[in-house]
Design a protein around this ligand. Structure first.
Ligand SMILES: Cc1cc2nc3c(=O)[nH]c(=O)nc-3n(C[C@H](O)[C@H](O)[C@H](O)COP(=O)(O)OP(=O)(O)OC[C@H]3O[C@@H](n4cnc5c(N)ncnc54)[C@H](O)[C@@H]3O)c2cc1C
Length: 346
């Protein structure tokens, strides 16, 4: 790559960065997408696409064909006791992130999009331009820098040094296909989090996360559920309970996990990665302020954070679980859960 100045540089080729870059590329905007990893790369993630996420995905990528596992119900436990089985009007789809992210990147490249494997080290602002310093020694400048570099974002560190990356969540990936149900365990011992089993096309993933996740606790939970395995435990941050308290700038935009867009109730981030990626592209294309373009997502993230504080407060959590054991109340709650998982309009 010869050029040293580009109109737009997007750092991070996860779902947020690729979506933003693809939409810009489709509209004929010059853009360079940079990622430190060689694809296909591993990404610690349950890979759950809620109905609102896969409906949005189909709108943004109408011809995309991807492998997924269909989940039509969620088995829910509280303090190790079975509580209820939420039945879903529209399925949750689980994907293997390594394949899914690679597929999205290939779509972008097929559009003719520029891609560079390199690691962002530093961001500076000089003469009304944003300058990025890469590990290879390359120094590039741009008019817009999109930070899509995940929960430990270097771009965000430039805007907000010392920000908190959120909660650590841990996972083990197994090729055992006998675990074919989506299971969620809430537990007094897991404050502000839960443990889960997500089946997928290759086997299943078991995971857990909370306010202060620990290996020992994860091991103990797996043992109780008979899910210990020899697989390696991997961990990554989810920006849950993030207050989005960084400065919003015109020339530096944060999207996906880098922007703190994850649901504090569930840890869902894929829907928000796609939506904030789309909104960043639309903001640049229309000359609109990103904060305004992305306001529905910001409002939703803030609302979900307030709801999560309440939901994970133990007396409320316990009351909710009790309500789920009462058939009449459960049918109303199940309806509500379906409403939350499905968009009003996409
Ligand atoms: C254990 C766990 C389970 C999860 N389960 C779910 C789930 O089931 N459903 C759901 O919706 N969400 C889930 N999430 C959240 C979801 O994974 C994220 O919200 C989503 O990946 C965010 O996408 P993104 O594009 O913003 O970032 P990422 O997917 O993290 O992509 C960031 C990219 O930036 C690159 N990068 C990072 N730093 C640099 C750098 N300095 N220079 C260049 N490139 C860089 C990385 O290589 C990476 O490719 C889970 C997260 C965890 C940790």
């Amino acid at each position: 790559m010869e050029k040293t100045h580009l109109e737009i540089i997007v750092v991070g080729a996860g779902p947020a960065g690729v979506t933003c870059s693809s939409l810009l590329q489709r509209s004929g905007k010059e853009c360079l997408l940079i990622d430190k990893a060689e694809f296909p790369r591993n990404k610690v993630c349950g890979g759950g696409l809620t109905p609102k996420a896969h409906i949005l995905l189909s709108r943004i990528y109408p011809t995309l064909k991807y492998d997924y596992y269909k989940v039509n119900s969620i088995y829910t436990y509280f303090n190790r006791k079975y509580i209820c089985n939420f039945s879903l009007d529209t399925e949750i789809r689980t994907v293997v992130r390594q394949d899914f992210d690679h597929l999205l990147l290939k779509e972008y490249k097929q559009l003719g999009g520029l891609f560079l494997t390199d690691k962002l080290l530093k961001v500076e602002e000089k003469d009304k331009k944003v300058v990025v310093v890469l590990k290879s020694g390359r120094v590039l400048s741009c008019n817009y820098l999109i930070g899509a570099d995940g929960a430990n974002s270097i771009v965000r560190k430039c805007l907000q040094p010392g920000f908190s990356s959120g909660q650590v969540w841990m996972e083990k990936t197994s090729i055992d296909k006998s675990q074919d149900k989506m299971i969620v365990h809430f537990d007094k011992r897991i404050p502000e989090g839960y443990s889960y089993v997500f089946p997928n096309t290759r086997g299943h993933i078991v995971g857990y996360g909370e306010k202060h996740s620990g290996h020992e606790k994860f091991g103990q939970l797996l043992k109780e559920q008979g899910l210990e395995g020899s697989e390696k435990t991997k961990g990554a941050y989810i920006p849950m309970f993030d207050k989005l308290d960084y400065p919003f700038r015109e020339s530096i935009i944060l999207i996906g996990d880098a922007g703190g867009y994850a649901d504090s109730m569930t840890g869902e981030g894929l829907y928000y990665a796609l939506r904030s990626g789309e909104n960043a592209a639309l903001a640049i294309l229309s000359g609109q302020d990103f904060k305004v373009q992305n306001s529905d997502i910001i409002t939703l993230i803030n609302k979900r954070r307030r709801m999560a504080r309440l939901f994970y407060w133990y007396p409320i959590n316990k009351l909710f679980m009790y309500m789920c054991t009462r058939p009449f109340l459960f049918s109303r709650i199940n309806k509500r859960v379906n409403k939350e998982l499905t968009p009003k309009c996409e």
